[in-house]
Ligand binder design. Structure first.
Ligand SMILES: Cc1cc2nc3c(=O)[nH]c(=O)nc-3n(C[C@H](O)[C@H](O)[C@H](O)COP(=O)(O)OP(=O)(O)OC[C@H]3O[C@@H](n4cnc5c(N)ncnc54)[C@H](O)[C@@H]3O)c2cc1C
Length: 484
């Protein structure tokens, strides 16, 4: 515990005051108990003054007020599944971690309005369990179980974005606590789909990695649970065929197309190597070089509507077999999604992941992939490309692995040079994004400054200065690059 927090403060006094404010049960300072809050999903441990777990919005406001008055830094943490090092403290030991895990009591469903008001610490899994009883779901889908507050702060995308949109598209309202004026409760909770009564302030909290405020509650639009789903794993003739198929499926399946996910053979092979319960879906054939997971869903039941998605899927696959498709498996949807969602974690078992969470106009995906693979093969032959991606929304997880077994030891300078080359290609040549889904955070801070216009940084920094003049909040700075 550091003693150099503030000239008039010491750590023991801070802990005593926090316990006084929130109750002893809300404050964790024992090193062993703190440990799980200090290590991120994919990065090393930091150090914290303490972990605080407020139980309601008023406690969050009191805490914000106290931190602002004492100049104590604060990082908000939901389920800690974020991938850009923004949910855990740095090594200084000066941060308090504000965990939202006790803000998890409220799930108020309005079935008629198709909306739900939910505390920020409720997890996606718990929300969907509660919604399922009403024939509803929150369909932002991914291979982790994040909190709703964290999903808003990261604007989670996921695998079904093409049909259901990201979190932003489904956010109707929220409540947040601000650091300035200290402890302000900004109540923007509405369950309205239309509301043009001034600036849409809730958007300041979306995708900004917890830098502008602490989200305490949200109102989400939810969707009717599909009554039928059809899934296929399709081997395209080549990469150009992937985009051709995407256009055909959008045209011929319209709103039924819910996912169109690319998976490289190398990524699938990693899953099969590391998750013993999963088997090669193409057996007895070898894994293909590349395949696409295509899903259709509909709220119309086959019995009532006469619509049979699996028949529609088969019909389309047959129509393009040979010309664009060389192999296709229909069915086993749950098994295929398990494989898809296991990719991220399986790659970790292969070696050090060098992840690129990028996006670009879909029309550029083939050209980018070809150039990027060629760059890796030529300049970094010891790296393995194990990419997968959300072709339908232009997203690509162009993930590389530095194998544990490689002759050359992991070299941060080489990785940094490689990152610059790939991101320059994505942003400058293909007008894409260096962070499609995961946000900025310390991992992407330098790239934010490299690729964001001066004018945009100025505006974002002005907003951050207004909401957090002492820069106590989080680890992401959206203003111009700090010089010291
Ligand atoms: C296996 C795996 C697969 C993933 N797949 C995807 C994917 O397909 N698509 C995708 O978009 N992401 C994906 N992610 C990333 C991650 O799950 C999301 O970013 C997630 O939404 C973060 O939510 P969380 O509750 O874990 O937030 P945390 O990790 O705890 O925090 C993330 C950020 O949000 C801030 N924050 C958290 N709660 C609040 C709050 N209440 N108020 C203000 N700020 C807050 C934190 O300070 C931090 O900056 C994946 C992660 C893993 C581990």
């Amino acid at each position: 515990m550091p003693d150099d927090l503030h000239p008039t403060l010491n750590a023991a006094a801070v802990l005593a005051e926090l316990k006084n404010l929130l109750g002893a049960a809300a404050v964790i300072s024992d090193a062993a108990d703190c440990a799980r809050y200090l290590t991120g999903a994919r990065y090393g441990a930091g150090s914290a003054l303490a972990v605080v777990r407020p139980a309601d919005t008023e406690q969050v406001a009191q805490l914000a007020h106290y931190c602002a008055s004492q100049q104590i830094k604060l990082v908000v943490q939901g389920a800690n599944t974020g991938l850009v090092a923004a949910s855990t403290p740095d090594a200084s030991g000066h941060f308090l971690v504000l965990s939202t895990e006790r803000l998890n009591r409220r799930i108020e469903i309005d079935v008629v309005n198709r909306s739900v008001e939910v505390d920020a610490g409720v997890t996606l899994h718990d929300l969907n369990q509660a919604l399922e009883a009403h024939g509803l779901c929150f369909p932002v889908d991914l291979g982790a179980n994040p909190s709703i507050g964290g999903m808003i702060a990261a604007n989670t995308g996921g695998a079904r974005l093409i049909k259901y949109g990201d979190v932003r598209a489904n956010l109707l309202g929220l409540e947040a606590v601000l650091l300035h004026p200290p402890g302000t409760i900004l109540d923007l909770r509405t369950a309205l789909r239309k509301n043009n009564t001034g600036p849409d302030l809730k958007q300041l909290l979306v995708g900004t990695s917890g830098a502008y405020g602490i989200i305490t509650r949200a109102v989400l639009q939810v969707h009717r649970l599909p009554q039928q789903t059809a899934t296929a794993l399709v081997v395209p003739r080549d990469q150009a065929a992937v985009l051709a198929l995407l256009q055909i499926f959008e045209q011929d399946c319209g709103e039924f197309l819910s996912a169109f996910e690319g998976i490289s053979g190398q990524a699938m092979a990693a899953v099969l190597r590391h998750v013993p319960a999963m088997t090669n879906p193409f057996a007895p054939d070898q894994l293909p070089e590349y395949c696409i997971l295509i899903e259709l869903d509909s709220t119309m039941s086959p019995q009532k509507s006469g619509l049979h998605l699996e028949a529609l899927l088969n019909q389309l696959l047959e129509a393009h077999f040979g010309e664009l498709i060389t192999n296709a498996l229909v069915g086993r949807g749950q098994d295929l999604w398990r494989i898809r969602h296991a990719i991220s974690e399986s790659l970790r078992s292969e070696g050090r992941i060098i992840a690129f969470d990028i996006s670009m106009p879909r029309s550029s995906l083939v050209a980018f992939r070809q150039r990027a693979i060629s760059l890796v093969e030529t300049r970094y032959p010891h790296l393995q490309v194990m990419d997968f991606g959300h072709w339908a929304d232009g997203g690509s997880h162009f993930n590389l692995v530095w194998p544990h077994t490689a002759d050359a030891a992991y070299d941060a300078a080489v990785v940094s040079e490689l990152r610059d080359a790939i991101y320059d290609m994505v942003v400058r040549d293909y007008h894409g994004s260096f962070s499609a889904e995961h946000g900025v955070g310390p991992y992407n801070q330098a790239y934010y400054h490299r690729y964001t216009s001066e004018a945009a940084q100025q505006v974002a920094g002005n907003i951050q200065n207004m909401l957090d003049p002492a820069h106590l909040f989080g680890l992401t700075w959206f203003g111009k690059q700090k010089t010291s």
